[in-house]
Design a protein around this ligand. Sequence first.
Ligand code: GTP
Ligand code: MG
Length: 283
Amino acid sequence: MKKKLLKISLVGRTNAGKSTLINKLVGEQISIINKKINTTEDLIHGILNINNIQLVFFDTPGFKLDKEYDKKKPILKRNLWEGINISDLILFLIDSKNFKLNENIEHLKKLLEFKKKIIVVFNKNDLIDKKSILPMIKELDKFKKISNFFSISAKLNKGINYLITNLLNNSYQSEWLYLENEISNKNDIFITNECTRNALLTVLHKEIPYNLKINNMEFKYLKNGDLKIKQEIEIENPRYKKIILGKNGDKIKDIRIKSQMCISKILKCKTHLYLKIINAKKN
Ligand SMILES: Nc1nc2c(ncn2[C@@H]2O[C@H](COP(=O)(O)OP(=O)(O)OP(=O)(O)O)[C@@H](O)[C@H]2O)c(=O)[nH]1
Ligand SMILES: [Mg+2]
C-alpha cells in the first residue's frame, strides 16, 4: 500500500486544550498541560500512524498571548506561525465553555489568510449542554470557509475517533516524515525538563515561572532501572531564589515532588530528581 501523510496544526486560544488533545491523539504525554495560560512554548510534533497513513500534529503556543509575555518571548509567536505554515490543515480548537464570538472571528480571519483547509473543533463539551454548540456553529459557518465542525472532550477522550477518521480522509500520497516507532520530535530530556517547568507553573504565582529556564545536567539510568536526573533552574533575577525555595524550602520540595511524579509516570520508572537554583549565565 502506498504511504500517505497529513500535517495538522492545533491552533487556538491559550487553555483551549490543544496539548490535552495531542496527548490523547498520540496516546502518550508528550506535551505538558496546565490550567495556567501559555503553557506550551515550543512547537511540539506528535505522530499517529494508522495503517499506511501518518498523521503529524503540531501543538502550538496558544493564541492571545499575554502582552508582557509576548514582548519577552517572541519565540512563542514564531513557533505558532511556523506550526501553521508547515501544516496542510488547521485544527482550530475552541473552549466551548468560554466561547467568545468576536475573538473567534478575529482569529479565524487571520487563519484564513493561510489559505489552508480549516476544521473547527469545539472542545470541553463535557462542561456544556451539547445543544448550545449548534448556535455557535451557525455563527462560524457564516464564513462559508470552514470545511467541518466537531465537538469533543479531549480530557474524557470523547468524539476524537470521528475527528481522526476525517483527518485520515484528508491525507495524501507522500513519504512519511517520521519513522514507524517515533511518537514525537522531542526527546526524554525535553519532556523531563517540561515536567519541572509545569511544576513551577503550578506551584509559583504570576510571572515568575515564565521567566525561568531549566537545564538538564544529568540523565542517567541506574543499574536497578531507576532514573537519576539533575536539573538546574536558571533565574534571571537573584531575588527569585527565595521565592522558589519557599519557607523552610517547602516550595522547592513541592516542585521537586510534583516533577518527579510527572517524570516517573511518563517514563514509567522510579525517578530521583535533584534540583539546583542558579543565577542566569551571563553571555
Ligand atoms: N473539562 C475539560 N477540561 C479540559 C478539556 N481539555 C483540556 N482541558 C483542561 O484545560 C486546561 C488547559 O489545557 P491545555 O491542554 O494545557 O491547553 P492548551 O490549549 O494546550 O494551552 P496553552 O499551551 O496555554 O496554549 C487544563 O486544565 C486541561 O485539563 C476537556 O475536554 N474538558
Ligand atoms: Mg499547550
